[in-house]
Write a protein that binds this ligand. Structure first.
Ligand SMILES: C[S@@+](CC[C@H](N)C(=O)[O-])C[C@H]1O[C@@H](n2cnc3c(N)ncnc32)[C@H](O)[C@@H]1O
Length: 239
């Protein structure tokens, strides 16, 4: 397990499209799922339970899981929402191997009948390239950032700017950002600049907590937060 964590998946920060030694990109994505993903799914389920007071907010929502890995946010959300509501899920990750394995896991959920049949799941390498269709006003847009800010490849200002551009294309309604990460100082080093960049663009932080919960194989403290941007009002002329 130590070799998998430190070497094969580089603590979750590997370039998962690069083969190393006798491991293919597909092997590395699967080893990530084996070593890290289950704990992340458990932690996200816990965080969603705390952060999404009203699971009905997910109904018809646009869910954007940035740095989604193999459908991690999607698996946790499916656990919370199940067949009750449809929504559209956009998984974004730079690694094709992660997206390919995520696609397999998502397809399996539909085969097992645990997703609403009208839920739509798609995967993309770049958020800027996603076509959201017509902007939606009544439904929420929900961003999931699970263990993304620990990545050294992430520039916080660029990330927030990309999220704002996505909101401009997708949403006039309420925007909710669910953030989870490890609680250690290294993993959290990007949180303060992230929060500052979010607040500069009209998001307010509603919840922030570090909490240990036990309902997982590897209990450890997690850091989670909720940001909300209220619906936008357009002038008649702009409309
Ligand atoms: C620690 S993993 C977290 C995966 C998933 N969110 C989870 O909680 O299991 C970080 C993920 O972010 C992806 N990633 C890293 N830098 C990225 C970037 N600049 N843009 C998109 N994805 C990125 C990696 O490929 C990897 O899948």
């Amino acid at each position: 397990m130590g070799w998998i964590f430190n070497h094969a998946i580089d603590g979750g920060q590997a370039d998962f499209d690069e083969p190393i030694e006798d491991l293919t990109p597909r092997d590395r994505a699967r080893l990530y799922a084996y070593a890290n993903q289950k704990t992340h799914v458990d932690e996200l389920i816990h965080a969603f339970g705390k952060l999404l007071a009203d699971v009905g907010a997910v109904q018809n929502a646009t869910v954007i899981d940035i740095g989604c890995g193999p459908f991690t946010g999607g698996l946790a959300l499916a656990n919370q929402v199940g067949v009750h509501f449809p929504y559209r899920y956009f998984g974004i990750d730079r690694a094709h191997s992660m997206l390919a394995f995520g696609r397999e896991l998502a397809d399996e959920l539909f085969v097992r009948g645990v997703m609403h049949p009208e839920t739509v799941v798609s995967f993309h390498t770049h958020l800027d390239n996603v076509d959201f269709g017509l902007r939606r006003a009544a439904e929420a847009t929900i961003f999931v950032l699970s263990f993304l800010l620990a990545s050294s490849t992430i520039n916080v200002e660029d990330l927030v700017a990309e999220m704002v551009r996505a909101c401009d294309r997708a949403a006039l309604g309420r925007v909710i950002v669910l953030y989870t990460n490890a609680a250690g100082p290294t993993a959290r080093r990007n949180f303060a600049p992230f929060k500052a960049a979010m607040e500069k663009t009209g998001f307010a932080m509603h919840i922030e907590a570090i909490e240990q919960f036990e309902d997982t194989e590897k209990p450890r403290p997690i850091h989670y937060a909720l940001f909300v941007r209220q619906p936008i009002t357009l002038s008649i002329a702009e409309f």
